[in-house]
Design a protein around this ligand. Structure first.
Ligand code: UTP
Length: 308
């Protein structure tokens, strides 16, 4: 396929940083990686990989750490399991198991020995990414949308080139949890960025447009990451390295279509399970009944306490 920009190469690779400790889910994540927590019937990492596959990504790069082997095994061909399912005549289950295969020679692994921050995790993938643009997918962020979020981004990238982050408006008091954009111009869908600040106090935040876990970056980012400068929280932040690309290359924030769930927090993870299960053809109707039952009980309790 021809590319409208000779300067900007197409996005073929995606990096999945999965070396974090997942402390917010302890003790569940004492041994099991956070990214293996199931969202309805597929682990978080599979949702992220499927989104990348739907966006045409050809190479999948996992930045893993200690006790994360389960993540790569999840995407392996599993002959024993398939033989057993076949003997039991469970073709539907075989089909489900096959949804989580990454093609041979498409999965690449590197390790982050010490969890020094997201920027450091991405730096660990520099040899596998090489001299071409790449996507970053944080499996913690799951986006429910008609068109997969990364596909939306790549469609816009094919017009703009340069660097792109997925953004959403957050309440002002929440800016201290995100990387926040200093906006130069904004057409309501794409915002051109003149600055980026990691986790600003609400009174210092240049806007409320905040970065979520989907990025398209040019390989020049690695030059900045290799300086190992620490930022907010004493971590090597990707935001600080991205800020240094601004002015040298186009940099846009895309207001994607869809609803994002923060599956790195317990409440966000539970809400994502509710939202995704309501859309599940097999269990959606019974989940809806369960929610109605609980809502009625909550309302009745509230009405009763008003009478007291
Ligand atoms: P988080 O900030 O959610 O950290 O990382 P965490 O360790 O995974 O979880 P908590 O806060 O302890 O509960 C965001 C993403 O960056 C990756 C994580 O795996 C996650 O996908 N990450 C973070 C790394 O790969 N390496 C790091 O050093 C830090």
């Amino acid at each position: 396929m021809s590319h409208p920009h000779t300067k900007w190469k197409p996005v073929r690779k995606a990096v999945f940083p999965v070396a974090g400790l997942g402390t917010r889910f302890l003790p569940a994540t004492k041994v099991m990686p956070k990214e293996m927590l199931p969202l309805v019937d597929r682990p978080l990492i599979q949702h992220a990989v499927e989104e990348a596959q739907a966006a045409g990504i050809e190479e999948f790069i996992f930045v893993t750490g200690r006790q994360k082997e389960m993540l790569e095994e999840h995407f392996d061909y599993q002959p024993e399991l398939e033989r057993t399912l076949k003997a039991r005549g469970k073709q539907d289950m075989i089909d489900k198991v096959r949804t989580c295969e990454i093609g041979e020679s498409q999965l690449f692994l590197t390790r982050q020995a010490r969890p020094l921050g997201l920027g450091h995790a991405i730096w660990c993938a520099r040899k596998l990414v090489g001299d071409e643009p790449f996507a970053i997918m944080l499996p913690d962020d799951v986006i429910l949308s008609d068109t997969p979020c990364l596909k939306q981004m790549i469609e816009h990238y094919n017009e703009t080139g340069g660097n792109m982050v997925a953004v959403m408006d957050v309440p002002k008091e929440d800016t201290s949890k995100y990387g926040v954009l200093d906006v130069e111009s904004d057409d309501g869908t794409l915002a051109s960025i003149k600055g980026l600040v990691e986790k600003p106090h609400p009174e210092d935040a240049p806007s409320t447009l905040s970065v979520i876990g989907r990025y398209i970056l040019q390989p020049e980012i690695f030059g900045h990451l290799s300086k190992f400068e620490t930022g907010a929280g004493g971590e090597i932040q990707i935001t600080d390295a991205m800020a240094k690309l601004i002015g040298t290359q186009p940099f846009h924030g895309l207001r994607y279509e869809g609803e994002r769930y923060d599956c790195g927090s317990r409440a966000g993870f539970i809400e994502a399970n509710i939202a995704f299960s309501l859309r599940d053809p097999e269990i959606g109707a019974s989940i809806q009944k369960m929610i109605q039952k609980h809502a009625l009980a909550i309302n009745a309790e509230a009405a009763y306490s008003r009478l007291e």
